[in-house]
Design a protein around this ligand. Structure first.
Ligand code: ADP
Ligand code: MG
Length: 255
């Protein structure tokens, strides 16, 4: 992690994501409890919290991989309801990277990146390949384009996954513990890619326990526990002066 200028906030006044009084249950289990959250365009948010606190569920609700039962979620002025047109429109705006890269093992790196642009966006193959190469260069692995995912290191595979998302030209990127399945020596290369993405002004919501990344890049750190947002603050305040006992306990365990 090198570039200190990532600290410069790209946050604007425009609201990119809005959650108002969001609740979700898995059967009887109340997994999200009254989540209220506004994300500004260009803002970088890090979400942390103990395992099982609802972090993945929260970000998966934002592109409707999970359905919320109460409250409103509005992304880029589009309300997320059962309306399939809206879901489709939101998914066009929102890219996502998971802990396990979910690349297609039987497709080359380049084909992984061009699949959705060609089949979902109806982009001509040549154009899709040019765009894919552009993003593979951005994540610094253009030389791996012809290989299959299984031939790449974990860090390289995660960078392919990021490039693949960027090929769909999202306005918002969601990350769910993108480095937690990686060996330590691979973590920095993926975080560097995310830092560079932050510098472009991308709106980012990242579930991660990489607190160095949070300090460097985040405009705001959110702590979740038991399905609730317990505390949120800019990184300096969040780390140096956590208010809630639960946040203090969590930080003492991971820092
Ligand atoms: P986190 O990402 O913070 O670890 P999750 O959002 O994955 O938390 O999960 C929150 C809680 O919801 C956990 O107790 C988990 O067991 C439960 N949970 C997650 N997914 C499901 C599901 N599909 N069905 C039932 N319970 C689930
Ligand atoms: Mg999770």
């Amino acid at each position: 992690m090198s570039n200190a200028s990532a600290n410069a906030s790209k946050k604007t006044d425009e609201v990119a994501i809005q959650l108002n009084g969001v609740h979700k249950w898995y059967g009887q289990f109340h997994v999200l409890k009254n989540i209220n959250l506004n994300v500004q365009r260009g803002e970088r948010i890090v979400i942390c919290g103990p395992s099982g606190s609802g972090k993945s569920t929260l970000i998966r609700c934002i592109n409707r991989l999970e359905e919320h039962q109460q409250g409103d979620i509005i992304v880029d002025n589009i309300e997320l309801t059962g309306n399939l047109k809206n879901i489709d429109a939101i998914r066009r705006e929102v890219g996502m990277c998971f802990q396990h890269f979910n690349l297609f093992p039987h497709l080359s790196v380049l084909e992984n990146c061009t699949l959705a642009p060609i089949w979902v966006r109806k982009m001509p193959k040549k154009e899709a390949e040019e765009i894919a190469m552009h993003y593979l260069e951005r994540v610094k692995i253009p030389d791996q384009a012809g290989k299959f995912p299984g031939q790449l290191s974990g860090g390289q595979q995660q960078r392919v996954a990021i490039a693949r998302s960027l090929c769909m030209n999202p306005r918002i990127m969601l990350f769910d513990e993108p480095t937690s399945a990686l060996d330590p020596e691979m973590i920095a290369e993926v975080l560097d890619t995310m830092i560079e993405l932050a510098e472009t002004g991308m709106t980012m919501l990242c579930v991660t326990h990489e607190m160095g990344f949070a300090r460097k890049v985040a405009d705001r750190v959110i702590f979740m526990d038991g399905g609730e947002i317990i505390e949120q603050n800019e990184p300096e305040e969040f780390f140096n002066n956590p208010q809630s006992e639960r946040t203090q306990k969590f930080l003492s365990q991971i820092l």
